[in-house]
Design a protein around this ligand. Structure first.
Ligand code: AMP
Ligand code: MG
Length: 351
């Protein structure tokens, strides 16, 4: 009897210790939250991470942010020593030896150019420079100069030699601009590094390119707001639950200037050379990889509601939200059950 009682007490203490250990483990595993923000790739990059050690998270975040810095140095047209600038400088002259990574990004760009029948075009660079949207010198260009620059926009002139790892723009004056896809790639790279570092719960936002790692701490999916294209940043028209996916928006509200009451925004139509005007004011794409979501949101924006919607609907595991200037919202079939409209000024249209 006495031994039994002793045994019981021993077991009870052991049980208590185990319980303590387990609960301590639970709270310890995700009790720490670290947020880091930096201005890179022409936007604010904000990453929130939950984990067990502040020091470890900070080190992981540092690696992820330094990787973005590396990507910016390689792909930015604003950096005179970047590989993309070098390809631009050698346009019409000679192929340029570049990293495998650059070849990969250019290959993906050409893939989306083909898929969108040229609505997405990485050789849009000379037009982007001419308009200067988002810079101090933004202006409506002279029509003749615009026509001249427009002739340099043709993704078929970008030649890649995979075995030699070279890239070449065949026309003089032709210019690459990877602004519609590089942020997505950087987002994927940040996520890859954080996961490699053992991070299981994170929320990344690269100026509207959002992606997540794992679920929220309570186990439910992250809920991401879709920006209201007609108001300030941070106001939403609806909410989408996201599970280990990327969500990227393109819109006429992101970068623009106004002249004589007309808004000129940064998404250019390679057919006309002018900002894309087809009734859409925002497109949002949800898919596994942020690079794909980024390229597709720009593509769909330029393609317009009819063709853009049909393209996104035809792609497996890709969903989209299209918003028109008449405040109508169209969502692809895979999102109908989960998209939640929160702003009654907009109407939800069936398609
Ligand atoms: P996003 O915000 O991802 O839609 O990309 C817009 C940015 O991509 C612009 O600021 C330009 O740098 C570039 N861009 C503009 N129009 C196009 C286009 N039709 N195809 C590819 N890139 C574009
Ligand atoms: Mg894009």
């Amino acid at each position: 009897m006495i031994t039994d009682k002793k045994g019981f007490i021993k077991r009870f203490i052991l049980y208590l210790l185990m319980l303590l250990y387990i609960t301590a483990g639970c709270t310890q595993s995700k009790s720490v939250f670290v947020e880091q923000q930096e201005y890179m790739l022409g936007t604010i990059i904000q990453v929130k991470v939950y984990g067990s050690s502040k020091k470890k998270i900070k080190e992981s975040l540092e690696k992820a942010f330094r990787r973005v810095e590396e990507i910016e140095k390689k792909f930015s047209v604003r950096i005179p020593t970047s590989e993309i600038t070098e390809i631009n400088e050698q346009a019409g002259r000679s192929p340029v030896k570049v990293d495998q990574e650059t070849i990969y990004l250019l290959e993906r760009s050409l893939y989306f150019s083909d898929l969108s029948k040229g609505a997405f075009d990485p050789t849009i660079g000379s037009l982007v420079k001419l308009w200067g949207i988002g810079t101090e010198s933004a202006q409506v260009p002279d029509k003749n100069i615009l026509q001249q620059k427009l002739r340099t926009v043709n993704y078929k002139d970008l030649t890649l030699d995979i075995s030699q790892s070279t890239a070449y723009l065949t026309q003089i004056d032709q210019q690459l601009d990877l602004g519609a896809i590089a942020k997505g790639y950087a987002a994927d790279e940040m996520k890859r590094i954080l996961k490699e570092e053992g991070i299981e719960t994170a929320f990344l936002n690269l100026g509207g390119n959002v992606l997540t790692i794992g679920n929220k701490l309570d186990g439910s999916p992250w809920k991401v707001g879709v920006q209201n294209p007609l108001t300030e940043r941070g106001e939403y028209i609806g909410i989408v639950p996201i599970q280990d996916e990327a969500i990227v928006s393109s819109g006429n509200y992101e970068r623009f200037f106004e002249q004589n009451g007309v808004r000129y925004h940064h998404i250019l139509d390679p057919q006309t050379g002018y900002p894309s005007e087809n009734g859409l004011i925002s497109t949002t794409i949800i898919t596994k990889a942020s690079i794909d979501a980024d390229a597709l949101s720009t593509s769909a924006y330029v393609m317009g509601l009819k063709d853009g919607f049909a393209l996104i609907e035809s792609l497996p595991n890709v969903e989209g939200i299209f918003i028109t200037s008449e405040k109508k919202i169209f969502v692809t079939s895979g999102l109908k059950a989960s998209f939640h409209l929160t702003n009654e000024e907009f109407s939800y249209e069936k398609r």
